[in-house]
Ligand binder design. Structure first.
Ligand code: PEP
Ligand code: MN
Length: 337
């Protein structure tokens, strides 16, 4: 942390800041300039908000240096985290593709989609049994029946299952069915939920909140990891901007930046990122090109009658075509699909 004193700060004010730093068990390194005194503070206080220095007389600015996320950071672990799911591994050279409908709707829908995405090369089946909808009157998901259909599709195809859990209370139940627990964008900062999935050993797909910064996403990963679950995947799914022609603005800056800042696998979601099926394949390619470790893609056999997110869902044949196009791209980038 760097504390910059105001021009003309008195010796007593400077002395008070230094004394407070020492009181916290930290080491002050004052630099006396012609106009400003700067106090570099080294060390870490267990219970202290660095911003509190801002409240002290004579202080101009307080700047934190270093990251608040630790377990998630590259500094903590330089090599990429690879999460193994017996049958699929996430992170590392091989790319992973998760695909399926937004919502689990019926047995035929799930079995048909699962078969199709498997044939096209997906390793995981997605589908929400509990849906976080903007309107309480919109379809909320099939619940337990939806989880059972996901498990049946896994049984038939061998695909692993990724599905959303919305409340801490539902974590034990959803964990019985899911190979990966999805934390949705709307719940990225639901700390009770993050703590609850952190207490399990199920891998977690943590989606970036639609109004959350990259730092906040990493802090949410830190919540999960600080509870003992290190199997976290970070997911870029688009953020809100002023642009109305796409559902979200797919922030691909986040992908290489997250890879720099963190050792955790990064999954890109061009379906929610764009909200338009015709933009999904180009942005999936862009995601791989900028270093994503995998994709999560919405696929529906009949998008025109989907109960949620039909407009951004690929038909199975379009998904298969996208997968064929991604393969040589992945290879050119030294990855494998
Ligand atoms: C979803 O995956 O269908 C979903 C609800 O995503 P998000 O939380 O990113 O909106
Ligand atoms: Mn969706």
């Amino acid at each position: 942390m760097i504390v910059v004193m105001k021009q003309g700060a008195t010796a007593a004010e400077i002395g008070a800041v230094i004394a407070r730093v020492e009181e916290l068990g930290l080491t002050p390194h004052p630099i006396y300039g012609e106009n400003h005194t700067v106090i570099a503070v080294v060390g870490e206080a267990a219970i202290h908000d660095p911003d509190n220095f801002q409240a002290m007389a004579g202080v101009d600015t307080v700047t934190r240096i270093g990251h608040q996320f630790k377990l998630a950071s590259r500094q903590a672990k330089t090599e990429d985290t690879v999460i193994s799911l017996n049958g699929a591994s996430i992170g590392g050279r091989k790319l992973v593709v998760m695909a399926g409908p937004c919502s689990v709707e019926s047995r035929t829908q799930m079995l048909e989609t699962a078969q199709a995405v498997k044939e096209a090369g997906a390793k995981l089946l997605r589908g929400g049994a509990y849906k976080p909808r903007t309107s309480p009157y919109a379809f909320q998901g099939m619940g337990l029946k939806g989880l059972e259909l996901l498990a049946e599709a896994r049984e038939v195809t061998g695909l692993k299952v990724v599905t959303e859990v919305m409340t801490p209370e539902a974590v034990p139940l959803v964990s019985q069915y899911a190979d990966i627990l999805q934390i949705g964008a709307r719940n990225m900062q639901n700390y009770g939920l993050l703590n609850a999935v952190g207490r399990t050993q199920r891998p977690v797909l943590l989606k970036r909140g639609m109004m959350s910064t990259i730092q906040e996403l990493l802090m949410s990963a830190e919540y999960i990891m600080s509870n003992g679950n290190y199997k976290v995947m970070l997911c870029e799914r688009g953020i809100r901007t002023f642009e109305p022609m796409t559902r979200n603005t797919f922030d691909l800056n986040a992908v290489p930046l997250l890879k720099q800042l963190s050792h955790l696998p990064v999954i890109a979601d061009p379906s929610h990122g764009t909200g338009r099926w015709d933009l999904v394949a180009p942005m999936a390619k862009a995601s791989i090109a900028c270093g994503a470790d995998g994709l999560i893609i919405e696929v529906h056999p009949h998008p025109e009658v989907a109960v949620s997110d039909g407009a951004q869902s690929l038909k199975p044949e379009k998904f298969a075509q996208m997968m064929r196009e991604l393969k040589p791209l992945a290879e050119a980038l030294g990855r494998e699909l």
